[in-house]
Structure formats: structure tokens, C-alpha cells
Design a protein. Structure first.
Length: 301
């Protein structure tokens, strides 16, 4: 069983060992109701998905839980999440303990799924852009977690020192300008998709917010490129659904900021919005102490 926790949506599913999603559900994340309410919603989702169910004539019995959450995460607890206000939430709080559970970082888990299921590169950055922004750093075909496991917090690179406040407590962070949530809020819309639509129709305020978001992304990615020299930058998350409307100007702005060297390839994730769910499925298999095999009647994911 796999659950990918997003700032707007909880995505859950049952996943076969080969990565096929056999069953999926989505529920709203009650983020505005406080941290305890989000924990309770995740726990209820885990309980519901744990029940055996018949899908296409096959009885599916989940054997483990993979839970991918945002923020600073260890295998034992969700250390901190600016989006939810979490601090030191133990993994056991998300489940009744009847199934083994592996807790992991949402973006690093999605990056691992890109390595396992997508046409990735040995040195790459996987960057989902949704309610927030964080990156999965891939070095020499392996995920890099950093000294404390917190590498990849690209959303909190300051792109405008002293600029807009960020929920993390800093000002001028990339996420304050280029996350899907901030793009929508700054343009007075419900979703970033609405902003893109208005900008394409020639609406000047929406176009300005969109241009500033692309420029902020290019600045942060230029810094990343100059430090780690990736072969590829993969854009995922809900904002990736903008496709060429995002990728084409981002490629141009990134290249303009790298005057003495070529820019890395920038493309949209091959797994789309399923990357996080597939990454949570890999966590579930890890909870069982296996990397594959198994029977679809007794799912590790």
C-alpha cells in the first residue's frame, strides 16, 4: 500500500511489484484544520486501504505501508513540515501498527521512482513543484541525502533576499515565488492552472506572476547547476502539467543565466503526478525487506 501526502491532496493506492497501480484513491488534505487533523486523516486513509478488496476479480491484501510525506523526515519520524506545522511526529502516529510501515520523504521517494521506472540520468535533479518545492538529488545513479538526510531543500534557496515571507520562517525563498500554491495566491486565483490560462490570454498581472515564477526557478536551478553539474533536470508535480508553457521559457531563462557553459536538459517527468505514489510503493516494499517479487494477492505496496 502506498500513500503520497501532498499539501492539497492525499494520493493512495495499491501497487504491484512491477509498479502497476492496481487501485487508487484521492482525498483532500485538511491542511487548514491543523497538524493533528492531517495526521488523523492520513491514519484513517491507511486504515481504509489496509482492508482486503477485490479489484478486477483479484483479492488484494496489502502487506505493508509506504508513506511519503513532505518536510524534514527520517525513517522514525516527520521532523518538521512548514506546510503542516509538524514537529517530531513519530511514524507510529500515522498507523495502527497492524502492517509494517516505512516512512520517507515525498520528493526523495518520487526521485527513487524516477530512477526505477523512468528514463533518468546518473546525475540529475528531480524537482516536483506543487504546494511546495523540494528536490531529489541524484549523484552517480544514487539518491543523495546529505549529512542529515535533508539534502534537496531547493524550495528554500533565497532567490530574492528580504522578499516575500515563506512558511519556513525565511524570506525570499524560491517556494514563495514559484510553488503552485504561491503562484495561485499571488495572482488571486485558486490554482496555478488558472494563472497559466489567464497569462496565455494576455492578462498582465497573471503574466507578471508567471514570469517571476519562471525567473525564480531559473535562478535557483542555475545555482544548482553550477554546483553539481547535472545532466538532467526533471520537473514533476502538479505544475509540470503546464508542459511547454513552463519548460520552454524555463530552458531559455536557465541558459541565459549560464553564460559560459551549456544548460542541462530540462524535461517533464515521465511518471507525471504518479511519481510520488510509485515512490511510496517502493517504501512499502522496503518495509517488507524486499526489492521485488511477491504475489499480487499479497501486496507489499
Amino acid at each position: 500500500m502506498a500513500i503520497d501526502v501532498g499539501g492539497t491532496t492525499l494520493k493512495g493506492g495499491l501497487i504491484a511489484p512491477d509498479g502497476a497501480i492496481l487501485h487508487r484513491e484521492r482525498r483532500p488534505t485538511p491542511r487548514t484544520e491543523g497538524p493533528d487533523r492531517v495526521i488523523a486523516a492520513i491514519s484513517a486513509f491507511v486504515a481504509d486501504l489496509s482492508r482486503p478488496r477485490t479489484v478486477a476479480g483479484t483479492l488484494l491484501r496489502p502487506a505493508a505501508v509506504g508513506l511519503a510525506v513532505p518536510g524534514l523526515v527520517t525513517s522514525e519520524k516527520a521532523v518538521f513540515s512548514a506546510a503542516f506545522g509538524w514537529r517530531d511526529v513519530p511514524a507510529a502516529a500515522f498507523s495502527d501498527g497492524r502492517l509494517p510501515l516505512a516512512l520517507g520523504h515525498d520528493v526523495r521517494s518520487a526521485g527513487e521512482a524516477e530512477l526505477a521506472h523512468g528514463p533518468g540520468a546518473a546525475d540529475a535533479l528531480y524537482l516536483p513543484i506543487g504546494t511546495g518545492i523540494a528536490g531529489a538529488v541524484v549523484l552517480s545513479a544514487s539518491l543523495y541525502g546529505g549529512a542529515a538526510g535533508w539534502a534537496g531543500q531547493i524550495g528554500h534557496i533565497p532567490v530574492r533576499p528580504g522578499g516575500l515571507p515563506c512558511p519556513c520562517g525565511q524570506r525570499g525563498c524560491l517556494a514563495a515565488y514559484a510553488s503552485a500554491a504561491s503562484i495561485a495566491a499571488r495572482a488571486g486565483e485558486t490554482t496555478a492552472e488558472d494563472v497559466v490560462r489567464r497569462a496565455a490570454a494576455g492578462d498582465e498581472p497573471a503574466a507578471r506572476v508567471w514570469t517571476e515564477a519562471v525567473e525564480a526557478l531559473a535562478l535557483a536551478l542555475a545555482t544548482y547547476t553550477l554546483v553539481l553539474d547535472p545532466a538532467m533536470i526533471v520537473i514533476g508535480g502538479g505544475l509540470s502539467l503546464a508542459g511547454d508553457v513552463l519548460v520552454v521559457p524555463l530552458r531559455a531563462r536557465l541558459a541565459a543565466r549560464l553564460a559560459f557553459r551549456p544548460a542541462p536538459e530540462v524535461r517533464v517527468s515521465a511518471l507525471g503526478v504518479d511519481a510520488g505514489l510509485l515512490g511510496a510503493g517502493l517504501l512499502a516494499r522496503r518495509a517488507l525487506g524486499q526489492q521485488g517479487g511477491g504475489d499480487v494477492h499479497d501486496l507489499g505496496a
